[in-house]
Design a binder for this molecule. Structure first.
Ligand code: MLT
Length: 205
């Protein structure tokens, strides 16, 4: 997969996995990583799917309706890419923290729904429930921040609550943070995620 890897101050500490939104690229979330932890290793990946020239992490049939077969395939592909990248760059595979926005948050959510060891934690900005009718693995102790909008037309509040419940019921330690905005990523949400990360990251080192 196309990507950027930046070594931080300690290869054995955690690595932030950056996953952009629809139409984005591996450059988009670099400023967020700087905000959350300027010392972390960074692996920023570009989605392998093109929708009319817009990069995505999996196909969709229409806005908000996912191609589930492709989502499963791409989730496995990304998980395998993480294994390969960890070997190539020698970062700690067990300490990968996803930072995703929108479509990128959705594939990060799908990694959590499929594997109990793909991610050590996640910051999900405006995620949806990636798929249903799947039993989630045991996610005990995995910290997850969800940034949601009370007026998000792409992810309605009930869906953010449903995602919170599904992850919590599987053992994840979820912080659901609300802003009274739409689907956009706002400065107060980034600030809240940054504070949450500061409080939780020491458990991950
Ligand atoms: C998706 O397709 O993953 C969601 O609708 C969010 C987005 O537009 O990227």
């Amino acid at each position: 997969m196309n990507h950027i890897f930046k070594e931080g101050t300690d290869l054995n500490s955690y690595t932030l996995l950056l996953l952009h939104g629809t139409g984005g690229s591996e450059n988009d979330l670099l400023p967020l990583a700087e905000e959350y932890d300027a010392d972390a290793n960074i692996l920023s990946v570009r989605g392998n799917v093109s929708e009319n020239g817009m990069n995505r992490f999996f196909k969709r049939l229409q806005e908000g309706v996912f191609d589930i077969e492709d989502l499963k395939f791409r989730t496995q592909e990304l998980n395998e890419f993480l294994d390969t990248a960890a070997e190539q760059y020698d970062f700690n595979r067990r300490k990968v923290i996803a930072v995703g926005y929108s479509n990128g948050a959705n594939i990060a959510g799908s990694l959590l729904f499929h594997y109990n060891d793909a991610l050590a934690g996640a910051i999900l900005h405006h995620p949806m429930v990636p798929l249903r009718e799947i039993s989630l693995p045991n996610l005990s102790g995995i910290p997850v921040f969800i940034g949601a909008g009370t007026n998000d037309p792409i992810c309605p509040p009930e869906e953010s609550t449903e995602l919170n419940d599904l992850l919590t019921d599987s053992g994840a330690e979820v912080m659901l943070h609300w802003e009274s905005y739409g689907h956009q990523l706002t400065a107060p949400e980034v600030e809240a995620a940054s504070k949450w990360f500061e409080e939780n990251k020491n458990r991950l080192k």
